[in-house]
Design a protein. Structure first.
Length: 304
């Protein structure tokens, strides 16, 4: 009977992209996702060669470890985010074509995460309202199609309990579906950008839903309003205030988490990334990320 052979390092390394995708969706943070993946690999290589050779599926082993690390991080994140300065928002992802020059082939999580419907900012914000177990169960089952018996092994609950967790999470996600098409979103945000730059407050008000909200995340490292701004008139007025304070800002139309968004730059450096939710042809939510620690993938000029 042959002795099991330890998996080749290349086989293990190829799991990094999948693990980064899992962790970012579970945590909403590239930095925390990177830490979770690194910790999982550290635990793998802390095993003896015999122990690694005995693992039937290294990919499944690593997925289990990353998911459990994410559960722990999510549990402690609630306490840490209570101490966070202002609102906490997920870290925005650029489109692959707009990633910094030279990032391809690196181990940076921004270069590993696939940009699709499951990383929409609106969805990530909803995921933030879930319990850690709900979020992990939803991501594993609804996004990555893991069966409930496998999820049960990961989160330490019964398959029936995991099914209920995913169902509870799904009900909130379903209620968040935004029907506006991508071309319509892009056209509306183009009009929004032009009105903002032109100082046309009336047009801004008409493009915003009367009950629209705006949340900004500066993390105490960049100036940002700490309260949620509510109503089209107040949001438009605030944007005009920002434009008056920062006449040197350049507004760019960019893809943010797979959907049309806006990027504000000063002297070529990205200072704000804004994601939007549109419903019935109007902007209902604006999420503006200004914390420089969350703008790392946007900090270097992209390929032309």
């Amino acid at each position: 009977m042959s002795t099991p052979r330890e998996p080749e390092p290349g086989v293990i390394a190829r799991e990094r992209r999948h693990l980064a995708n899992l962790a970012y969706r579970m945590l909403g943070s590239l930095t925390e996702a990177e830490d979770a993946v690194q910790e999982a690999f550290a635990r793998w290589y802390a095993l003896t060669g015999r122990q690694r050779a005995a693992v039937v599926s290294p990919g499944a082993w690593l997925t289990t470890v990353v998911s459990r690390i994410c559960l722990d991080v999510l549990g402690s994140a609630r306490v840490r985010r209570e101490r966070y300065v202002g609102a906490w928002l997920p870290e925005p992802l650029p489109d692959r074509a707009e990633w910094p020059a030279g990032s391809a082939g690196t181990a940076d999580p921004a270069d590993q995460v696939a940009v699709d419907d499951s990383v929409r900012m609106a969805l990530l914000v909803v995921l933030e309202t879930m319990t850690p177990a709900e979020r992990v169960a939803f991501v594993l089952h609804d996004v990555f199609r893991y069966p409930f018996p496998e999820i049960a092994e990961i989160v330490g609950r019964t398959p029936a309990a995991c099914r209920r967790l995913a169902s509870s999470a799904r009900s909130r996600v379903t209620a968040d579906r935004a029907p506006t098409s991508a071309p319509r979103q892009a056209a509306l945000l183009h009009d929004f950008r032009e009105a903002w730059q032109a100082g046309d407050i009336q047009t801004l008000v008409t493009l915003l839903d009367p009950g629209a909200t705006m949340v900004a995340d500066g993390g105490g490292l960049a100036s940002a309003v700490r309260r949620t701004i509510e109503g089209s008139t107040d949001i438009a007025g605030y944007l005009m205030h920002i434009a008056a304070l920062s006449p040197d800002l350049t507004l760019l139309e960019r893809t943010v988490n797979g959907e049309p968004g806006l990027v504000a730059q000063r002297d070529g450096a990205t200072v704000t990334v804004a994601a939007f939710r549109l419903t019935e042809g109007r902007i209902t939510h604006i999420w503006a990320v200004r914390n420089p620690d969350k703008l790392r993938p946007w900090s270097t000029p992209a390929h032309p």
